[in-house]
Design a protein around this ligand. Structure first.
Ligand SMILES: Cc1cc2nc3c(=O)[nH]c(=O)nc-3n(C[C@H](O)[C@H](O)[C@H](O)COP(=O)(O)OP(=O)(O)OC[C@H]3O[C@@H](n4cnc5c(N)ncnc54)[C@H](O)[C@@H]3O)c2cc1C
Length: 564
């Protein structure tokens, strides 16, 4: 999309009397509110964000204090071509300096402290593993090529392990890929295809995480707080403790109109009437729904409820009303295939862990990104983020974050399933793999807390699916209803990203308000021949390609030879 398209839409007649009800308080709804105000010219006071809990930000959480320990369910890998995300934070003022935007500060941080891992993989209790190459054979590269050529329709619900040769799943490429993006082998190969194409420009730097961006603090403090502050200033209503239980719809022929929203407000039922001109946007499904926390002495107990599960329950009710509203069971129907566990560790006056990690990895906190333990039965990875990781974190406190993709496996040091482990046991297993087993007592003396978080639906968005399982952002015939977030269909973009939720919000707002403004296209890496060739070379171990010679001869002395 060129600058020509970056216009400011006209103020629409009647917008001042229309209302918007955004269900769920994650980045999907928060960004929808921001686009409604900036592009749709809707007064902030007309917008209500209905959130079941007491906290906004949804999956982008981050909370705690130095005494009880900190917790963040996740940390986000962001990259330059999160186009809608960058657009959003390009107009949200920074928390500390109203003359700067969040994007200004974010970019400055990443220019000054770029991520470039010098120790992406470890094995054998704290030994850096060779990560210089992706370990792909020509046959593996051909399989990747076949994947990019296949259509999504053709691939259907094929899984990763059905598509790839078993030897592919043992390559460094796959270790890097799955631990960065949290793919399990039983997940959808279509999502791998989208990731391959969407992030093709990152493949050459993948073994060092080049091109991955980080925020100053955890993303609640660095992104959600300034966004909420701006929305509050604009007069948006934050209706906390509002659990939406159903929507009333009038349906005739193809047409679908929301007429009321049913809500439980602190246990009491309430009905919000909705007119045809109002907007309702629902985050249908959440990767962190029903997540539970433990602590140093208690595991995080898996919540298996299938009757009380927030936006999943709401989506199930809506899906029963129309086939255009998708099939939630495809994503939330098998918790054992979508769950895993992360844990946040808080240390006070630590003199062992952080100095040791600096020596082991060669990377200052925040500048190394994720480190994966190749021989961990739990498939564990850790990240030492930039410190302080929380706005209120004192200097003598340090926060480390880790996760494991196989919560049902027994540990290598702690002979228990990961999901049954207390925070202490998770830390002990991690210390063992880092090469710190003999220093565990000293580390525990300075451990304030380790907070495990069990997330039953953390990879629900990667479950094998076919077209139609996710509803369209604005379903066929919908007059005033849109779906937001990871479980609405956003063509070409990748789930398990903030960008996907923000993009869905932009699509919903522009479409329902019929704005004369284009949604920013997904970055077209895969159509750039330079990116394609670089990715191909990287996959083939940076050896000359068979076509190099022919192309070289053909293009010798032309401008194209320089380009390629
Ligand atoms: C561990 C982890 C790692 C991640 N890594 C990355 C990464 O590397 N890169 C990246 O880009 N992204 C990453 N993400 C994903 C990113 O954080 C999410 O895609 C994004 O935050 C989802 O936002 P959302 O608004 O769509 O949904 P959510 O943030 O899940 O929000 C849903 C909200 O709806 C509320 N709700 C549910 N039911 C109801 C109801 N009935 N009524 C009212 N409210 C309701 C919930 O309480 C919640 O606040 C990660 C997430 C996690 C958890």
């Amino acid at each position: 999309m060129g600058t020509y398209q970056r216009i400011h839409p006209q103020v629409q007649e009647g917008i001042a009397s229309r209302k918007a009800y955004l269900v769920g308080g994650g980045i999907g709804s928060l960004s929808a509110a921001a686009f409604l105000i900036r592009d749709g010219h809707m007064p902030g006071r007309n917008i209500h964000i209905l959130e079941q809990s007491a906290v906004y930000g949804g999956s982008m959480d981050g909370a705690g204090n130095a005494k009880d320990g900190y917790s963040a369910r996740g940390g986000r890998e962001i990259e330059e071509h999160f186009e809608c995300f960058m657009e959003l934070f390009g107009f949200i003022p920074s928390l500390t300096n109203p003359d700067r935007t969040v994007l200004d500060e974010f970019r400055e941080l990443n220019l000054a402290e770029p991520i470039e891992s010098h120790c992406r993989l470890v094995e054998k209790q704290g030994t850096p593993a060779d990560f210089s190459s992706l370990g792909l054979s020509t046959a593996h590269a051909l399989q990747l090529g076949k994947l990019t050529l296949a259509t999504e329709e053709r691939l259907g619900s094929v899984t990763i392990e059905q598509f790839f040769d078993p030897s592919f799943l043992e390559t460094n490429f796959w270790y890097f890929w799955r631990s960065m993006f949290a793919f399990e082998n039983w997940h959808s190969v279509v999502e791998v295809k989208r990731y391959m194409e969407r992030f093709m420009h990152l493949i050459s730097g993948m073994n060092q995480l080049k091109g991955i961006l980080h925020t100053e603090y955890n993303q609640f403090d660095s992104l959600i707080l300034p966004l909420m502050k701006w929305l509050e200033r604009e007069g948006v209503h934050f209706d906390k403790g509002h659990e939406v239980t159903d929507l009333e719809l009038s349906m005739s022929g193809d047409e679908k109109v929301v007429t009321a929203i049913q809500v439980q407000v602190n246990g009491s039922p309430k009905t919000i009437p909705v007119t045809r001109g109002d907007l309702v946007m629902v985050t249908n499904g959440s990767m962190t729904e029903n997540s539970t926390l433990g602590d140093l002495d208690h595991p995080a107990v898996l919540n298996r409820s299938v009757t009380e599960r927030g936006c999943w329950s709401l989506w199930e009710k809506l899906a029963a009303k129309s086939p255009d509203f998708g099939r939630p069971e495809v994503f939330c129907g098998d918790i054992d295939k979508s769950k895993w566990l992360s844990f946040t560790m808080t240390f006070t006056d630590d003199e062992i862990v952080f100095p040791y990690l600096l020596e082991l990895t060669g990377d200052a906190p925040g500048m190394g990104g994720v480190v994966t333990i190749k021989d961990s039965s739990w498939m564990m990875s850790w990240t030492a983020p930039k410190q302080p990781h929380f706005i209120n974190q004192p200097d003598n406190v340090k926060v480390l974050w880790a996760y494991g993709l196989f919560p049902d496996a027994e540990g290598d040091y702690i002979k228990k399933k990961m999901s049954d482990c207390t925070g202490r046991e998770l830390l002990e297993e991690l210390c063992y793999h880092m090469g710190l087993a003999d220093r565990i007592p000293g580390i525990l003396e300075h451990t304030t807390n380790v907070i495990p978080c069990m997330m039953p639906y953390i990879t629900a968005q990667f479950m094998p699916r076919v077209l139609g399982d996710r509803p369209q952002v604005v379903p066929q015939g919908s007059v005033n209803l849109a779906f937001l977030g990871q479980f609405a269909e956003v063509p070409d973009d990748c789930v398990f990203t903030v960008e996907y939720s923000v993009r869905s919000a932009m699509m919903a707002v522009y479409n329902l308000l019929a704005l004369d403004k284009e949604v920013i296209p997904v970055h077209p890496s895969k159509y750039d021949v330079r990116v394609l060739l670089t990715a191909l070379r990287t996959c083939l171990g940076n050896k000359p390609l068979p076509l190099d010679k022919t192309l070289g001869e053909l293009l010798a002395g032309t401008v194209l030879s320089k380009m390629i």
